[in-house]
Ligand binder design. Structure first.
Ligand SMILES: O=C(O)CCC(=O)C(=O)O
Ligand SMILES: [Fe+2]
Length: 351
């Protein structure tokens, strides 16, 4: 996975990244954001700025590849024919880096990789190699997405059993695998490095403290470059999360806190710049495991009373909807909640 991140963030050119740039209508794809300290400005349009001194964090976001199925209830309720679901602006779709669409359009990606080409034959070979590289990226990421989905389901099932409920009591919430995977690249901080010469021990915040609005987050970090810190409520201190080879870090999010009525509280965390690794890039892959967008999020304990307690369910649904919308700063509408909205770049500075 880290190899795939390195390929996308380090080898793809600005042109290639801009072709898969996320937008207001489709937040999936590539974008940059300012994560340091309290800087909340987003560099949404800054992929055109190829400034080597840019300290912004780069991100690439995908969701379930079968995007149009995720909101089937929504489309059906509005009588929208299935064949046009994928064209609706409500439908987010994955954007994959592709050298094939770039081959003949003089893209930066092709230019970089054709530098050593001597003749057309070489160019063809280069294209084939690049095609294979794109496909490897896509297949690895999609496989990783699927594997994270199954691991997360197993963890949720363990949580359910640990609280005395049936193993499969929560399964229905996740039947569509409507999750989000976000790769991130924290480049070495040029601006901070110069300040560090004066204060070598000082730590800098690269992503502000926040709780994830997911059920669970599986976090993969590259070896040796740590930086994640968790807040310990007992000692009121930040504790660095040690890097353990071949292990995920599993963060609990707001939704599991709601489902378990606080038994599994949402973890407050942040990313800092470890002074000893300031000169290195940090890569992370955060998999946000969330319920299907149309599901209401009710405490597990309400399962037995669900059938005769509809008013209460609506109240719970309204409360979580208000919470999500207040975090996002979005208007409250009568549409079902799109849980994945909270991972947009708009929220990153605030989390
Ligand atoms: O990059 C990391 O290690 C953490 C990222 C994170 O907390 C998030 O994206 O919510
Ligand atoms: Fe997070």
């Amino acid at each position: 996975m880290v190899e795939q991140s390195k390929w996308l963030f380090q080898q793809a050119t600005i042109d290639m990244k801009s072709q898969i740039a996320s937008s207001y209508h489709n937040r999936r794809g590539y974008y940059k954001f300012e994560g340091i300290g309290y800087g909340e400005s987003n560099h949404h349009d800054d992929y055109n700025n190829n400034n080597q001194d840019d300290d912004s964090i780069e991100a690439f976001l995908i969701g379930n590849e079968r995007a149009s199925q995720l909101k089937s209830e929504y489309f059906q309720a509005r009588g929208i024919p299935k064949k046009v679901w994928s064209q609706y602006s409500d439908c987010q779709f994955n954007q994959w880096p592709s050298s094939t669409i770039n081959n003949n359009n003089n893209s930066g990606f092709q230019r970089v990789h054709s530098k050593n080409s001597i003749n057309n034959n070489d160019n063809d070979q280069q294209s084939t190699l690049m095609n294979n590289r794109d496909q490897l990226f896509k297949s690895t990421i999609l496989k990783y997405f699927d594997q994270c989905s199954s691991i997360s389901l197993s963890i949720v099932q363990l949580i359910s059993m640990s609280l005395g409920y049936k193993k499969n009591d929560l399964d229905h919430l996740f039947s569509k695998n409507d999750h989000t995977l976000e790769l991130k690249h924290y480049p070495p901080l040029k601006s901070i490095l110069s300040q560090q010469e004066q204060q070598p021990q000082r730590q800098y915040i690269r992503m502000n403290e926040h709780k994830d609005l997911s059920c669970l987050t599986l976090l993969l970090q590259n070896k040796r470059v740590d930086g994640l810190e968790l807040y310990d409520n007992d000692s009121n201190t930040w504790i660095p999360a040690p890097l353990i080879d071949d292990c995920f870090l599993v963060n609990t999010g707001d939704i599991i806190e709601k489902l378990t009525e606080g038994v599994f509280p949402s973890t407050l965390h942040r990313v800092v710049n470890n002074p000893s690794t300031s000169t290195q890039s940090r890569y992370s892959a955060a998999f946000f495991y969330v319920p299907n967008w149309e599901k209401s999020i009710d405490p597990l304990s309400s399962l037995s009373t669900n059938n005769n307690n509809n008013n209460n369910n609506n109240e719970n649904q309204d409360n979580i909807k208000k919470k999500i919308h207040s975090v996002l700063g979005l208007p409250i509408t009568s549409s079902p909640i799109d849980h994945s909205e909270r991972f947009t770049k708009k929220t990153l500075g605030q989390r």
